[in-house]
Design a protein around this ligand. Structure first.
Ligand SMILES: CC(C)(COP(=O)(O)OP(=O)(O)OC[C@H]1O[C@@H](n2cnc3c(N)ncnc32)[C@H](O)[C@@H]1OP(=O)(O)O)[C@@H](O)C(=O)NCCC(=O)NCCS
Length: 187
């Protein structure tokens, strides 16, 4: 459980609105997942054979888990749901958390996830007073690696076969960002 209550805040940048994930996002999230399976499935086990009810359950459980260990945001652009990003795996002893993200394919390549990552990282360090945020990116997932590095994360190591997607097990790079590191600030 998070040590102090954290209100459900909406985060905003010049192009994006990030709303704490709730039931009303479920249909839009499912539409975004359905339109992006080919790009999500290599990297995310849950996307190999995604089911509508799993996305609905995710939205419900993300809303319920806010403030325990998960802070998940639904990403909207011009009112449309285009993806998801969240802080997870909170560890009180080390004031650390992971960040994970995915975007609807037809919105990729416009710098939107880098913008979303800057917002959520800022939320993690300022509102949650985290010391460290980390992520895993498949060693061949060049888009995710680029997002991490543009946001300021540094590559710290490689884990063997630590993730499984539609093509099987794959190695991941560990990326880390400390509160004191240089990082991209949200626009
Ligand atoms: C990876 C992902 C989040 C990127 O989102 P995005 O909004 O397109 O990211 P951005 O536009 O902010 O930045 C992407 C960067 O990666 C680069 N990139 C994307 N695909 C690439 C590829 N195949 N090879 C090299 N660079 C690539 C882009 O050129 C861009 O870099 P640039 O700004 O220097 O040109 C999105 O494509 C996605 O959801 N993919 C599937 C799920 C996934 O991999 N999630 C992450 C799991 S760790």
């Amino acid at each position: 459980m998070w040590p102090t209550p954290i209100s459900r805040s909406t985060l905003r940048s010049s192009r994006l609105v990030l709303e704490p994930t709730c039931d009303s996002h479920a249909t839009g999230l499912w539409a975004a997942v359905s339109a992006s399976v080919d790009e999500l499935a290599p990297w995310m086990g849950w996307a190999v054979e995604p089911q509508r009810h799993e996305t609905l359950d995710f939205a419900t459980s993300a809303a319920r888990s806010w403030g325990s260990s998960l802070f998940n945001f639904t990403i909207l652009c011009s009112g449309e749901i285009i993806g998801s990003i969240g802080l997870d795996h909170f560890d009180d002893a080390t004031a650390s958390s992971s960040v994970g993200y995915w975007l609807r394919t037809d919105h990729a390549g416009k710098g939107l996830m880098t913008e979303a990552a800057a917002l959520v990282v800022g939320f993690g360090f300022s509102r949650l007073t985290l010391h460290r945020i980390w992520l895993h990116a498949g060693v061949a997932n060049l888009g995710s690696i680029r997002v991490a590095e543009k946001a300021g994360f540094q590559q710290e190591g490689r884990l063997r076969e630590a993730a499984r997607g539609v093509h099987g097990w794959h190695d991941v790079y560990v990326y880390g960002l400390l509160e004191r590191d240089e990082r991209l600030r949200s626009a």
